[in-house]
Design a protein around this ligand. Structure first.
Ligand code: FAD
Length: 443
């Protein structure tokens, strides 16, 4: 475990604002597994990846998967993220991607990312659930004048190679569109993306999966895993699952000790979120910030922010490397000061919610979707690099298709096998070094 036990304990309250936006949360707690079941597919983790896989397996391929979730459905990052549904699930630069998988597969990666974002909206429409979608694309704001050059390069990349709709905006244009802050040095609007309520997305996937015949179990942590013949056998406190094929959909909460396939390969990272009280239209006008389109900045350790449907500001950023109560409190205060510095007209506005959660990096700096080389019945969708809302849902769909025996055409980038970090026990130290470096060079 990287962080204290409380980080992984589903009994510890999250304190997320999203929990207050749904009148009924009972769907999150279907009964735990209390028996022995045998099935074709079992899924570890009831977040966006696992629920999407279960929904698509049942709906499109008539395979009724069993999903085991340690806490309530969506207890991991899926029910508590910032709700930015956008592209960018790889931390590799374009040049690095081309070097690794070639031009054609890199272009396919961009198209996959677009398909993932558009697929979330299409799925919600097809299944009839609400997302509280907001905004037109996503803005990347230059946090200092030198960053404008990077945005120009990204603009060329997105329009010419990725073929995304995109616009470059000067500081004055950005301000006129309703995004006035103290760090406005121009922006890039990537026209693929929008903001959503992540808990409503999780609810929509869970209820659709159930309706289509998937079996969902909450409060059913898998404690032991053994392979008996061709069966994967999982033990929970109240039951046992035997499955021909399994999907590991645990991302930043992956219990590495359960199976050797994941040992040393993942780096869970904390992200933190503040939510203010609702800001009145007059307060929004006073700051010159009224558009709800999601925004993040050009820092390596990004700040991300968006106005929510009830006028609150959601403000997110990195979340430390210890997750102790003292570090959480320090981060809450530090992020509050950053928020006030960015939006002076909102100085002193009440912060009503603060929480954090785990996203996930891999050594290769991109998501991994596929099966474990030594066991083709062990599938996974992992490591979305803090940008998994769209990609996790898409990964679930692609995994379902592959398990049903229908080959997918996803970019070779996603198919690269997981590799352990060098000296895995030093992973948190690598992270600390990277944070110090970013802080020192970018402020
Ligand atoms: C604070 C925060 C903000 C973020 N903001 C954004 C954003 O705005 N946009 C974006 O695209 N991405 C964002 N992300 C990332 C995104 O939320 C994740 O990439 C995505 O939700 C991953 O979904 P998942 O289903 O793969 O994993 P998770 O949602 O993390 O689910 C994994 C589940 O596995 C369960 N589990 C673990 N071990 C076991 C076990 N032994 N038995 C049973 N169950 C187990 C856990 O309880 C957990 O619920 C954010 C992440 C965080 C933490």
């Amino acid at each position: 475990m990287f962080y204290p036990p409380s980080t992984y304990d589903p009994a510890c309250p999250v304190g997320s604002y999203w929990d207050t936006t749904l009148a009924d949360l009972s769907w999150r707690d279907p009964p735990p597994l209390q028996q022995e079941v045998s099935c074709e597919v079992a899924i570890l983790g009831g977040g966006l990846t696992g629920l999407s896989a279960a929904l698509h397996l049942a709906r499109d391929h008539h395979i009724q998967a069993h999903v085991l979730e340690a806490g309530s459905l969506g207890w991991g990052a899926s029910g508590r993220n910032g709700g930015f549904c956008g592209v960018g699930a790889s931390d590799l630069s374009h040049a690095q991607m081309v070097k690794r998988v070639g031009q054609e597969e890199t272009e396919r990666y961009y198209q996959d990312q677009r398909q993932a974002v558009e697929g979330v909206q299409a799925l919600a429409e097809a299944e009839g659930f609400s997302l509280d979608a907001q905004g037109q694309g996503c803005y990347v704001v230059a946090h200092r004048p030198q960053a404008w050059r990077e945005l120009e390069a990204e603009y060329a990349l997105y329009t010419q190679v990725a073929k995304y709709p995109a616009r470059l905006l000067t500081a004055a244009q950005l301000q006129a569109e309703g995004f006035n802050s103290q760090e406005n040095h121009g922006a890039l609007n990537i026209g693929v993306g929008f903001g959503l309520n992540p808990l409503k997305l999780t609810q929509g996937l869970a209820q659709s999966a159930l309706r289509r015949g998937a079996q969902l179990y909450s409060h059913s942590p898998v404690l032991a895993w053994e392979k008996v013949g061709s069966w994967h056998c999982w033990q929970t406190p109240g039951g046992r699952v035997r499955a021909r094929q399994v999907i590991v959909a645990t991302n930043g909460y992956t219990p590495e000790a359960l199976h050797p396939a994941f040992r040393g390969s993942l780096l869970p990272v904390l992200s933190s979120i503040l939510v203010t009280r609702p800001l009145t239209p007059a307060e929004q006008q006073a700051q010159g910030w009224w558009d709800p389109t999601p925004v993040y900045d050009t820092r390596r350790l990004v700040f991300y922010y968006r106005l929510l449907p009830d006028g609150r500001l959601l403000f997110g950023g990195r979340g430390g490397t210890q997750d102790t109560p003292a570090e959480r409190e320090h981060l809450r205060q530090w992020m509050t000061q950053r928020l006030y510095g960015l939006f002076p007209a909102w100085q002193g506005v009440e912060i009503e919610y603060f929480w954090n959660g785990l996203a996930c990096l891999s050594r290769q700096l991109h998501p991994h979707i596929g099966y474990f080389g030594e066991d083709p019945s062990l599938w996974y969708g992992l490591a979305y690099h803090g940008s998994g809302v769209a990609t996790a849902v898409w990964a679930g769909q692609k995994l379902a298709q592959e398990i049903a025996g229908i080959p997918t055409q996803i970019s070779a980038l996603f198919r690269q096998p997981l590799q352990p970090f060098p000296w895995p026990s030093l992973r948190l130290h690598y992270l600390r070094l990277a944070y110090h470096w970013a802080q020192w060079t970018e402020g």
